[in-house]
Design a protein around this ligand. Structure first.
Ligand code: IFM
Length: 799
């Protein structure tokens, strides 16, 4: 069953049924001013921080999930019938109310038809601005003149801090005000305190925001939520809308809102446009200036065109045509966009993530989030890399998260030793080489960046410090300690417990370091890394092979996880994959480990993280036991890890199995199975209920997860095999044997490369030479010297 379709030419997803099993959402704006919008115009807005800068209220996990949001009510002044421009909140019967929502990068555009009136409500935040637009177009599609009232409605917070606003009511119900003044709703929190704009973290200051409406005759307003709604009512039937007039209430303490009523008359066929602008600052200052500049239909259209052009330009970095349209939807639009959204918002805002506790850049997640977006936003990645490198302590470990507004490199308190995670800085070995390969900016390795607490080093020095950190913290088997956690938050092995996953990460790190040092002719550095690599290989060889697969970890008390002898968590996906990704596993081990993964972990909806699920293991070492079987880290299908299984299969040379795994967690491939998936078919998710769950196949926590970055990277650099290197673009696809080939257009180092891959012999991989603008080049590297402004390459697999 589906609830919509992809419109690839427009980079849009069209929700054709509004009653999606769960609210589906999209992102607006940027960290300067941003928000969430759902397919029924639910969601919320904030400035700078979703936890500390909320202006539109959202009650998490409430029923229905997405209200109040940004509502346009319409009321027929003659019949007294009323509805909303999105299906919710009034929810007219769907046999009489037809609607669709177009989600595109940075906007939602909802069209509806009801009772002879067509509406189009568009929501977006213009580039680099601190306000949002709601644009309502109303058309009379009937044959008689119509007299309508439009009510634009938003519920405000009273404190910008999310938790206080929602929970500390004995305080926050006495600090909000909102009033109508000179054509604006002027909203504030703690209005008698001075502003302290330079210090966003200071909660003891006044905060201001505003809302205005352009178009139609302003007929009234409400600023007190309960006056607008009426007692014991909700957003589905507000008293003021039912009555047909706002009460012109002022908001003073309790709950404030912004409702502006505009009356319009429409001749048959006529269209009127109403604009709402809602933004940060004082109405008489920022509000007035913004309305002067942006409060016209032409300005709104211009800003919307600019927003689309901005996003489409980013998505132009790569365009592919493969035999799998679902793959193309993700690669050309949604996978790329999801990775960019995740880069911007980390884990801070969605209908699930609130911002509380997760408001900054979690270290390991953020370093990984860059991997999939390097080609699209290299400058932002460079800046973010420097920020995260400056979040590394001089010890080589990392601050658990970096909050840009509080982070002062060189002056942070070092992380308490017990709080270090073992994997944080090791992700740099994936991301930094990818950045250098994309841009050719090898000088980056020599850039000096401060440590978080004291001292500084070159980027290469930071990388060495990261390796030294893990090499200095090994357990009794010579493997790296898991510390507070490795990638898996649930693994609590004890300080001296050892993580096999991190052992493979360190191995990859050492090999990568040796390669970088080699390229820079730093012979001693290279030798150091290779000698350490041999040592870690010996430790792995001594303890980590279980007979058919690699073990998971060894706890401080010597308990081995991920062994055939264990009753629970007998096999763990990550160590099988990373044994291969790190280059450790020999051919037989790789074959056996991957066969075990397929037999014991794989399913139609992805590969479970481990099996069997934990039930009796003490929570002190394996926190996964907290979760229901088949959920999240307890043998769920953890989406983040899926790409590692794909990459391992690619490295082992099985492009068919790799693609099967890729499709099994690819959201677009489940567009026709929404009764199972339930969440957005255009966004990755954190996890899916596995075969060990009672809800097998259901996906949860859409949008913000390490999945997006890894999946896009895997699709582009390894399935399509368009892989930047310092010296050129490697063309090394590993595709399903059933694909006759594919076409791609890739922007690389300011040039346009058109690649046609042909696969006449139904193979997976193996390009032996290239035809570059008609000239034959041996091997599969398109060298920089062969790049023209536009270069056309033909690559034949198996030739
Ligand atoms: O790796 C972590 C991530 O940092 C936060 N979410 C869960 C993942 C796996 O435990």
């Amino acid at each position: 069953m589906n609830y919509g379709r992809f419109d690839s030419a427009a980079h849009e997803y069209v929700v054709t049924r509004p009653d999606t099993p769960r609210a589906w959402s999209n992102y607006l704006g940027s960290r300067r001013y941003g928000g969430i919008v759902t397919n029924n115009a639910g969601g919320y807005s904030f400035t700078r921080s979703p936890a500390e800068g909320r202006i539109l209220r959202h009650r998490y996990n409430s029923v229905p999930a997405e209200q109040p949001g940004r509502v346009f009510y319409l009321r027929d002044r003659d019949s007294a019938d009323y509805w909303s421009s999105a299906w919710q909140p009034v929810a007219k019967p769907l046999d009489r109310y037809r609607t669709e929502t177009r989600f595109g990068p940075g906007y939602a555009d909802i069209t509806s038809d009801y009772a002879g009136i067509k509406t189009e409500s568009l929501y977006f935040i213009p580039l680099n601005q601190e306000f949002e637009y709601w644009r309502l177009r109303v058309t009379n599609t009937g044959t008689k003149p119509r007299r309508l009232s439009v009510f634009a409605c938003a519920e405000f917070t009273t404190e910008w801090n999310l938790l206080n606003d929602l929970l500390n009511l004995q305080y926050t119900q006495y600090i909000g005000e909102a009033a109508w003044r000179d054509g604006f709703i002027r909203a504030s929190s703690c209005s008698r305190l001075p502003e302290d704009k330079a210090n966003f973290a200071n909660r003891d200051q006044s905060r201001w925001w505003w809302m205005t409406l352009v178009g139609g005759d302003i007929a009234g307003h409400d600023c007190d939520r309960d006056s607008f709604l009426g007692s014991y009512r909700s957003y589905d039937r507000p008293l003021a809308v039912e009555r047909g007039t706002c009460g012109n209430s002022a908001g003073f303490s309790d709950n404030t809102c912004g409702v502006i009523q505009s009356d319009i008359e429409l001749a048959p066929g006529e269209t009127r446009e109403v604009l709402v602008l809602l933004g940060i600052g004082k109405s008489e200052r920022e509000g007035r200036a913004t309305r002067r500049k942006f409060g016209t239909a032409a300005a709104c259209e211009k800003e919307f065109t600019a927003l689309k052009a901005h996003w489409h330009a980013l998505l132009e970095t790569l365009h592919v045509e493969t035999p799998d349209a679902d793959f193309d939807h993700m690669t050309n639009t949604w996978g790329a966009y999801n990775a960019l959204v995740t880069l911007e918002w980390s884990r801070s805002c969605s209908l699930v993530y609130t911002g509380e506790h997760r408001d900054g850049f979690g270290f390991r997640d953020t370093v990984q989030d860059m991997l999939g977006v390097v080609a699209m936003v290299p400058d932002i990645v460079r800046e973010r890399l420097v920020l995260m490198l400056s979040g590394q302590d001089a010890s080589g470990g990392a601050q658990p998260d970096v909050r840009p507004w509080l982070h002062v490199p060189g002056q942070m308190k070092p992380t308490p030793p017990g709080n270090y995670r073992s994997d944080d800085c090791l992700w740099f070995f994936n991301t930094i080489p990818a950045y250098v390969a994309e841009t050719g900016d090898s000088a980056f390795y020599d850039e000096v960046v401060p440590f978080a607490d004291k001292g500084k080093a070159t980027v290469l020095g930071h990388l060495r410090r990261a390796l030294e950190f893990n090499l200095a913290r090994t357990g009794r088997n010579g493997l790296p300690c898991g510390l507070l956690a490795d990638w898996n938050d649930c693994l609590k092995l004890g300080y001296k417990g050892e993580s096999v996953f991190v052992a493979f990460q360190v191995r990859l790190g050492l090999a990568t370091y040796a390669e970088i040092a080699g390229a820079k002719k730093l012979t001693r550095e290279r030798s150091w890394a290779l000698a350490e690599l041999k040592k870690i290989d010996r430790a792995i060889t001594r303890t980590c092979w279980d007979g058919k697969w690699f073990i998971w970890a060894i706890a401080e008390d010597g308990t081995v996880y991920g062994s055939a002898k264990a009753k629970e968590g007998r096999i763990y996906l990550n160590t099988q994959c990373w044994a291969i990704l790190s280059g450790y596993a020999d051919t037989n081990q790789a074959k056996s480990a991957l066969a075990s993964v397929k037999k014991l972990l794989a399913s139609d909806y992805g590969v479970a993280m481990c099996a069997p699920p934990f039930a009796k293991t003490p929570v002190k070492v394996m926190r996964a036991v907290l979760f229901n079987p088949g959920n999240k880290e307890n043998a769920g299908i953890f989406s983040h890890t899926q790409s590692w299984a794909v990459l391992a299969e690619i490295m082992a040379g099985d492009g068919d199995q790799a693609y099967d795994y890729y499709r099994s967690f690819m959201p677009s491939a489940q567009n026709d199975q929404i009764e199972k998936r339930e969440i957005e078919p255009f966004a990755h998710c954190q996890s899916t209920h596995s075969q060990f769950s009672k809800k097998f196949g259901m996906s949860r926590v859409p949008w913000l997860s390490g999945t997006a970055s890894w999946a896009h990277y895997t699709a582009t650099n390894h399935i399509l095999g368009l892989r930047p290197e310092t010296g050129g673009l490697r063309i090394d696809p590993c595709i399903p044997s059933t694909w006759p080939g594919f076409k791609a257009r890739r922007l690389f180092r300011g040039r346009e490369v058109h690649v046609e891959v042909r696969n006449p012999n139904e193979l997976n991989r193996g390009v032996s030479h290239l035809l570059v603008d008609g000239e034959r080049i041996e091997g599969n590297l398109l060298p920089l010297s062969a790049l023209n402004a536009v270069t056309r390459v033909i690559a034949v697999i198996g030739n």
